[in-house]
Design a protein around this ligand. Structure first.
Ligand SMILES: [Zn+2]
Length: 359
């Protein structure tokens, strides 16, 4: 069955006809097509570039492949047609080619120091074993590895880098030698500095970024995935930690309060920014549109750039071609122009994934 869609394609901003032949896009007419959408505004789907279908609601690993599928389908039904899994304690490579699943760019398990990350999530190793573990997790994923750059250090009572600069540099080099990119979880000022200078490809959260470091990221082309929904949970984290770790609690609140300005500075400096919700554990799936609105309203990204961060530009970054001749047959259609009112992205009228109508 060949599908036909007509509408205004963003960001090109022109009315186009698209024919979807299986999982491929044709920009020239194909015979026997059924028109499934005429009018509205077309995107190649939303992207959640920081998502955890392998982490169960409430925390801990999921229990089955079906659970990963169910969680990712919540995102898909909100218009998310590509996901970067930013670390999974439960491997699910079987789902990469599942016709129901959003496109998957996956890291293996989080790589963390012993007892310095969420229990049961990461593979926990000493500094000397980091490069070998990176190679192993590069094979478990399909293009990414995920490093834990910092976490609460109980003895110090504050955030502290997971490893020293030499170990982090070796980790990033091992990832690149294995042909994958490295993403790093960082909240603190010290860890993000180590990681950016170590040449990491993608900074996750990045609350500790300084203006100098933002310029360095722009110069290097290092990506930032700010996960603004996650940062809004820092108040609860601080509340729960206040009694035992008052310094840490205070630090987390300061990072939260300074954060929208960090993202704004990164945006103004030209750092490539991508949308990520950090769904999994304490954050629900299906929140990509909400995260996009935060990038727009709180971090000052223009509607067009917020759309790009959570759609075509993110797909390009992850290696999923969009609505070009021979591209992948993923699209969402909105009734009204999301550039004029970004809230439109919460209500897709049509969703097509891998050439199949979802809605
Ligand atoms: Zn995460």
């Amino acid at each position: 069955m060949v599908l036909h869609v007509r509408g205004v394609l963003l960001p090109d901003d022109e009315t186009v006809d698209l024919w979807l032949d299986g999982d491929r896009v044709s920009r020239s007419p194909l015979p026997g097509a059924e028109t499934i959408s005429d009018g509205g505004f077309i995107l190649p789907g939303l992207v959640d570039a920081h998502c955890h279908p392998g982490i169960a609601p409430g925390g801990g690993p999921i229990g089955s492949l079906d659970e990963a599928r169910e969680l990712a389908l919540v995102d898909r039904d909100a218009g998310v047609l590509a996901i970067r899994d930013a670390g999974s304690p439960y491997p699910y490579p079987e789902l990469d080619d599942d016709p129901e699943m959003p496109r998957l760019a996956r890291a293996g398990r989080h790589i963390a120091p012993p007892r310095r990350y969420l229990r049961g999530i990461g593979v926990e190793v000493a500094a000397a074993d980091v490069p070998a573990t990176v190679r192993e997790q590069a094979r478990a994923g399909n293009g990414w590895v995920k490093l834990v750059g910092d976490w609460l250090e109980r003895d110090a009572g504050d955030l502290a880098p997971a490893w020293d600069a030499a170990t982090m540099t070796a980790a990033v080099e091992a990832a690149h030698a294995a042909g994958v990119r490295a993403a790093v979880h960082t909240f603190s000022e010290s860890a993000v500095e180590i990681m950016v200078r170590a040449g990491v490809d993608s900074v996750e959260h990045g609350t500790g970024l300084s203006l100098d470091l933002v310029d360095e990221m722009a110069r290097r082309g290092t990506a930032l995935v700010p996960t603004m929904i996650n940062i809004e949970t820092f108040g609860g984290i601080a509340e729960r930690a206040r009694e035992k770790f008052p310094g840490y609690a205070k630090h987390m609140l300061a990072l939260r309060d300074g954060f929208p300005d960090v993202v704004r500075a990164a945006y103004e400096a030209g750092v490539p920014i991508y949308l990520g919700t950090d769904a999994g554990g304490g954050i629900e799936h299906g929140m990509a549109a909400a995260e996009m609105l935060l990038l727009h309203t709180r971090a000052g990204m223009s509607a067009l750039d917020a759309l790009a961060a959570g759609s075509w530009r993110a797909r390009e970054w992850l290696g999923f071609p969009g609505l070009v001749e021979g591209g992948l047959a993923d699209l969402v259609v909105y009734d009204r122009d999301p550039r004029a009112d970004l809230r439109v992205v919460t209500a897709p009228r049509r969703i097509v994934l891998r050439g199949r109508v979802v809605r």
